[in-house]
Ligand binder design. Structure first.
Ligand SMILES: CC(C)(COP(=O)(O)OP(=O)(O)OC[C@H]1O[C@@H](n2cnc3c(N)ncnc32)[C@H](O)[C@@H]1OP(=O)(O)O)[C@@H](O)C(=O)NCCC(=O)NCCS
Length: 150
């Protein structure tokens, strides 16, 4: 696990475009890197396999993106990356981490629930899809209630 750099953006973008129906653009990742956002990547045998972007606020953070290369999914990398982002938020004195997730994205919702996120709201017609729009589930993780590894 290490911080993402501009040199990683091509590899991150390739994964993002393969695993997300509505992927972030190069500009989105570059803007995140140029902001005070926490952008991390993880590698397996020298190959970039996962990434995440966390936007810290004053005492709350928002997880903006997380992805794992298709060939490496369901091997625990998403859980490891999410846990690292929660630990980083905790280290920065954040008390809670929010996120929004497409209600149809059951894999991600299951991952977030495993990590201690709970649903706190719904944003109607938040995302576009091929038929029009999808709702977003708003989830929050109270970091102070977690016992984080490491
Ligand atoms: C969501 C995502 C990051 C999960 O990463 P991953 O490395 O495959 O997840 P993990 O192997 O760490 O799985 C952790 C838990 O999440 C849940 N989960 C992950 N993939 C799942 C799937 N395909 N079906 C059901 N549950 C799933 C399970 O509860 C799993 O625990 P288990 O394996 O003990 O049952 C990955 O599927 C991905 O990149 N998806 C596309 C991008 C995306 O949707 N990002 C989130 C929205 S921005």
């Amino acid at each position: 696990m290490r911080l993402m750099t501009v040199a990683d953006v091509d590899a991150v973008l390739a994964i993002e475009q393969a695993v997300q129906a509505y992927p972030w653009t190069r500009g989105n990742f570059c803007a995140a890197l140029n902001s005070a956002y926490l952008c991390c990547v993880d590698e397996v045998a020298g190959e970039l396999c996962s990434y995440a972007v966390l936007m810290p606020g004053v005492d709350e953070a928002e997880l903006l993106n997380i992805g794992v290369a298709a060939a490496h999914q369901r091997k625990g990398l998403g859980r490891v990356m999410l846990s690292a982002m929660l630990e980083a938020a905790c280290a920065r004195q954040m008390s809670r981490v929010f996120l929004e997730v497409r209600v149809s994205n059951q894999c991600a919702i299951a991952l977030y629930r495993c990590a201690g996120f709970v649903e706190v709201g719904m944003r109607r017609a938040y995302y576009r899809n091929e038929k029009g729009s999808d709702d977003a589930m708003v989830m929050v993780c109270d970091i102070s209630s977690l016992s984080l590894a490491g």
